[in-house]
Design a protein around this ligand. Structure first.
Ligand code: MN3
Length: 196
């Protein structure tokens, strides 16, 4: 039995960059629906007693398990995404994360540019991620529910680019949502804590 985690801040805490209406639908309807769907799918199976991470790792690329994987991965991705933002976020990373970004991308601007580009060029629904791969920072994108967790990568930050993440506030302007995300919302401290 998997439960829906609370948002790590108030529903209106990301305004004006992201509205309470967007967070209300995104957390209260979309994220919540993935939890309800997953619990229905695993009820009475041996997955019912497993952690969310174990469910993801045990169903990735398993024939007949795509619906379970998709719902489980979306639950995990969304929880990670909520923490990838914070009220009055943005600014610059600090500490070890800043050092690593400078070493692997040259500058924070270049890292953000790569993240925005990955997010913009993800065709259809999906995610852009800052991850650690073989001890180096990389930017990747994943389609639909796919998650770095299922590929042995260590995620540091996530950007949801499903239309439901931004449509109420930005309509089809994914680029404007991404500008707001990196200017006002991104939680570099969360990235740093995942790196540590
Ligand atoms: Mn979403």
């Amino acid at each position: 039995m998997i439960t829906l985690p609370d948002l790590p801040y108030a529903i209106d805490a990301l305004e004006p960059a992201l509205s309470a209406k967007t967070l209300g639908f995104h957390h209260g309807k979309h994220h919540s629906a993935y939890v309800a769907n997953l619990n229905k799918l695993i009820d009475g199976t041996d997955l019912a007693s497993k952690s969310l991470e174990d469910i993801i790792l045990q169903t990735v690329n398993e024939p007949g398990k795509a619906a379970i994987f998709n719902n489980a991965a979306q639950i995990w991705n969304h929880t990670f995404y909520w923490h990838s933002m914070k009220p009055e976020g943005g600014g610059l990373p600090t500490g070890q994360l800043l050092k690593k970004i400078n070493a692997d991308f040259g500058s924070t601007d270049s890292c953000v540019e790569k993240l925005k580009n990955a997010a913009l060029t993800q065709f259809g629904s999906g995610w852009a991620w800052l991850v650690v791969k073989n001890d180096k920072l990389e930017v990747i994108k994943t389609a639909n529910a796919d998650t770095p967790l299922a590929h042995g990568l260590k995620p540091l930050l996530a950007v949801d680019v499903w239309e439901h993440a931004y449509y109420l506030d930005f309509q089809n302007a994914r680029g404007s949502y991404l500008d707001a995300f990196f200017k006002n919302l991104v939680n570099w401290d969360f990235g740093q804590s995942n790196l540590a």
